[in-house]
Design a protein around this ligand. Structure first.
Ligand code: PLP
Length: 392
């Protein structure tokens, strides 16, 4: 990464790995074929898609034919929610869907759309530490439930939901279970044969592949209504001429994960834990850390700085060329703070002062140390001028 700049916003997006970029450039240079063409160029292009599909399947311990390439996490989530629920609505049923209160907008907004069309949606609350009680899911299931959709890891806190336990429950009731694994993928090992879910969404740009490519893993035998109709690519589920370079890049990104994800996760976790403890000490234990301490992905820190607005803090960090993310979001003009933290019962003042710090492949110990130093100076400066901070 850039020498002076610090990028600690890997959950927003990741830089493209040079090995991925090299593969994409090679495909772009050497093969512009359309995989549907029957001549030699088309056949070579189809080979590239086939290999990418194998690489994506391999990292999940899935079969290649179970992978449907999409444009990313948003499309994969939309395809599941609408692809499962719309056929019921078209037949005049009132299907019931269960999601959590902290899902990404790709799921939450799809639910609102379906709700307007007559679907019944249950938004499950989360616990204070951001986890989800399996009993809540059990209690919410009813005879009309056709789908449960729960994220594997939360984008803001990194907290993991107990999908394997929930899968045992939904399976016994014959109800489909989807997981948005966009933020868990590449950070924790995912084996679809062990996890037990039925559908799983992935995005390329969170795992060092480019933006605009992703995938949906679909357990064999599950029928989905396509969102895009046309030439019948991706087994008829996702028409449109294939994003050849994107798929090839995503394939290589998955191959890199297959080879080294565990070691990378351990290294990043050590950095993250070091950063967390250094920050806590440097600011006299006044920071508030959010989310379950163990049940979370290894790269994410969600914290609040009391008496300070997250957006103001973000702007000051930005002036120092440090990129992180404010967990806050404004809705209808009213600044309430991060909806995810609010759902965890965090008060609006603390939720407004929240920050997400997310590390990744090129994060270093030196960056962590510089970050702690600059962050501490900025926070102390903001506290000194804050009318709310109890001045000595
Ligand atoms: N789901 C989660 C949990 C995410 O964090 C994101 C992206 O931030 C998405 C879905 C959307 O993925 P994409 O940007 O590939 O559409």
């Amino acid at each position: 990464m850039d020498n002076e700049k610090i990028y600690f916003d890997y959950n927003a997006t990741t830089p493209i790995d040079p090995r991925v970029l090299e593969e994409m450039a090679k495909v772009g240079r050497e093969n512009f074929g359309n995989p549907s063409s029957s001549h030699y160029l088309g056949r070579r292009a189809a080979e590239i898609v086939k290999q990418a599909r194998q690489q994506v399947a391999a990292v999940l311990n899935a079969e290649p034919e179970e992978i449907c390439f999409t444009s990313g996490g948003t499309e994969s989530d939309n395809l599941v929610l609408k692809g499962i629920v719309l056929p019921y609505l078209l037949k005049g049923h009132k299907p019931h869907v269960i999601v959590s209160a902290v899902e990404h907008p790709a799921v939450a907004e799809s639910c609102r759309y379906l709700e307007n069309l007559g679907a019944v949606i249950t938004y499950l609350p989360v616990l204070e530490d951001g986890t989800l009680a399996v009993s809540q899911v059990a209690d919410a299931l009813d005879d009309e439930t056709v789908l449960v959709s729960l994220m594997l890891a939360n984008n803001e806190t990194g907290v993991l939901f107990p999908l394997a336990e929930i899968a045992a429950l939904t399976r016994s009731r014959g109800i489909l279970l989807h997981t948005d694994a966009v933020q868990a993928f590449g950070k924790v090992k995912i084996d679809v044969k062990v996890l037990g879910v039925d559908l799983l969404s992935l995005s390329g740009h969170k795992v060092y592949a480019p933006k605009g490519v992703g995938a949906l893993w679909i357990r064999p035998g599950i029928e989905l209504e396509p969102l895009l109709h046309g030439g019948g690519q991706e087994g008829g589920l996702r028409s449109g001429t294939e994003n050849l370079a994107g798929m090839a890049g995503f394939g290589v990104a998955c191959q890199i994960l297959t080879a080294g994800m565990i070691e990378e996760g351990l290294r990043i976790q050590q950095l993250r834990d070091h950063l967390e403890s250094q920050l806590a000490t440097a600011l006299d234990q006044q920071l508030v850390f959010h989310g379950h301490r163990q049940l979370r992905v290894p790269n994410t820190i969600s914290l609040s700085v009391p008496y300070i607005d997250g957006e103001a803090l973000l702007a000051h960090l930005d002036l120092e060329d440090i990129a992180v993310s404010a967990g806050s979001a404004c809705s209808s003009g009213e600044h309430q703070g991060s909806p995810v933290l609010r759902a965890m019962g965090v008060g609006s003042e603390l939720a407004q002062g929240s920050l997400r710090i997310s590390l990744g492949r090129w994060s270093t110990r030196a960056e962590v140390d510089i970050f702690v130093e600059k962050f501490t100076v900025i926070v102390r400066r903001l506290w000194a001028i804050s009318p709310l901070y109890p001045q000595k």
